[in-house]
Design a protein around this ligand. Structure first.
Ligand code: FAD
Length: 430
């Protein structure tokens, strides 16, 4: 099999050297097989090995090749849906549970970094949700009040002046700051996790695509080019890349893979970068087609947003992002852009990731949208629990409906229509 290269991301060019994990070259018997060497699969392996369960990770390309090695590295404490709406839709108790799960997710990420001593620049600079419209500001304010009413008084609102001072731009009407959010170097985190696992005896195979799954009375068997893995349990952690090898399940039709793209500026003078993000906050806005930014290695500004709807990379997508970058930060006009890359997020109908079982031997967790940096650690941990024949409670993420999406084959025209509608709403600041 030919390994696809990592994209030319700022994470790749600043990453520590990768340990070489050879492909599987013979049959293997193991307690738990894991498909996917991103944050979810690696987190599941980490928690299994802490419980003394043997496992093997099968990654089609290189460790962290999927979204995990190329994302914005922002572990944010919000779901896509506002808190007040979640409480209205799912009830107060479910919304409280969802809130606790997010806190647990970032704590799990932090304790993993600490326990495995992963050098991935993890810190908690805090995250600003910057409001593009009055209605967004009102929504953020309602969120802050909902959280305060249930005892969480940590997030606070920013007025327009403070938002401008902290986010380096006058584009926003104010914002919502959660100081607990974390940032990290995602490829170094994925590589550090894999190194830590290998040090604890986990078998990690790169260049090893699972091409078929077959269950019999005593095991689940995963076919790869180099051999068959015979396991008691299988965890599917292929997220937006599930369509690479659908494996005979319907999981690839339960999510819509959507491209998102990122650029970085060339290195900026210290004083300029300090003027933009003086306290190193992570920022994302409230547009339907949102943008986000943060400081990246080498004194760069990283800026992300919507990618190509067809999934094919095109210069127009990057030109569009550059235009948005310079509109947001006029002081950067003329600064060179030195990294451009794209990746896929897995979108679900209810905007939640989902965790569950396909059969008593096969479990999955996928569908994080753009919110997987923290949640993958929690759902990976819960997958390890499922593999040990226990149940998990991830609120609507484990109990909500998660069926194949009707008319999945028509997703690209549908996305084009939705993107056009969202562009209109964003232009009208609704
Ligand atoms: C550009 C970008 C920016 C993002 N920014 C953020 C952010 O700032 N904050 C945030 O919270 N989230 C962000 N996300 C989302 C986040 O990266 C993902 O939710 C998370 O990384 C998903 O991890 P995962 O392990 O489930 O999937 P992935 O990391 O995508 O890993 C899945 C792996 O499975 C492998 N695979 C697939 N099929 C097979 C098979 N049959 N056999 C073997 N291997 C297989 C793939 O090769 C892939 O490596 C971003 C995503 C992108 C693309």
């Amino acid at each position: 099999m030919i390994l696809a290269a990592h994209p030319h991301s700022v994470w790749l060019t600043s990453a520590r050297a990768a340990r070489v994990f050879p492909p599987l070259a013979s049959d293997l018997q193991i307690e738990v097989a894991i498909i996917g060497g991103g944050f979810t699969g690696l987190a599941a392996a980490y928690h299994l090995t802490r419980s003394g369960v043997s496992c093997a990770v099968l990654e089609a390309h290189d460790i962290g090749w999927g979204a995990s090695g190329r994302n914005g590295g922002m572990a944010v404490l919000r779901y896509k849906t506002p808190w007040a709406t979640l409480a209205h839709r799912h009830g107060e108790n479910a919304a409280r549970r969802l809130h606790q799960l997010l806190l647990d997710a970032v704590d799990t990420l932090e304790s993993t970094v600490e326990e495995l001593r992963i050098d991935c620049s993890f810190s908690r600079p805090g995250h600003i949700t910057a409001a593009n419209s009055r209605s967004a500001l009102a929504m953020l304010d309602a969120d802050m009040h909902w959280l305060a009413a249930m005892g969480d008084r940590t997030p606070r609102m920013l007025g327009p002046e403070e938002a401008a001072a902290l986010a380096g731009t006058r584009c926003y009407m104010g914002g919502y700051l959660d100081p607990r959010a974390g940032g990290l170097h995602p490829l170094n985190y994925a590589r550090g996790l894999a190194d830590g696992l290998a040090g604890r005896g986990v078998r990690v195979f790169s260049g090893t695509a699972a091409t078929a799954i077959r269950e019999d009375a005593r095991s689940v068997n995963v076919a790869t080019e180099g051999g068959t893995v015979r396991a008691q349990q299988l965890l599917i952690c292929s997220n937006a890349y599930t369509e690479l090898f659908p494996l005979g399940t319907d999981l690839h039709r339960r999510v819509v893979p959507v491209s998102t793209s990122v650029i970085t500026t060339a290195p900026l003078p210290d004083a300029l970068l300090r003027a933009l993000l003086p306290q190193g906050h992570l920022v994302s806005d409230t547009r339907h087609l949102l943008n986000y930014f943060r400081i990246a290695p080498g004194n760069r500004l990283l800026f992300g947003g919507r990618g190509s709807l067809t999934g094919r990379e095109s210069p127009e997508v990057y030109h569009g992002l550059e235009r948005r970058l310079f509109e947001t930060f006029p002081a950067l006009e003329g600064v060179a852009v030195d990294h451009r890359w794209s990746g896929k997020v897995a979108v679900t109908l209810d905007d939640f990731p989902h965790i569950g079982r396909l059969s008593p031997r096969i479990a999955y967790a996928l569908g994080y949208g753009g919110r997987g940096v923290a949640l993958t650690n929690l759902l990976g941990k819960m997958l390890a629990t499922l593999a040990r024949a226990m149940d998990v409670d991830a609120g609507p993420m484990s109990s909500g409906p998660f069926a194949p999406i009707p008319l999945h084959a028509l997703r690209i025209p549908a996305m084009k229509a939705v993107a056009g509608y969202y562009r209109l709403l964003d232009a009208l600041r609704i």
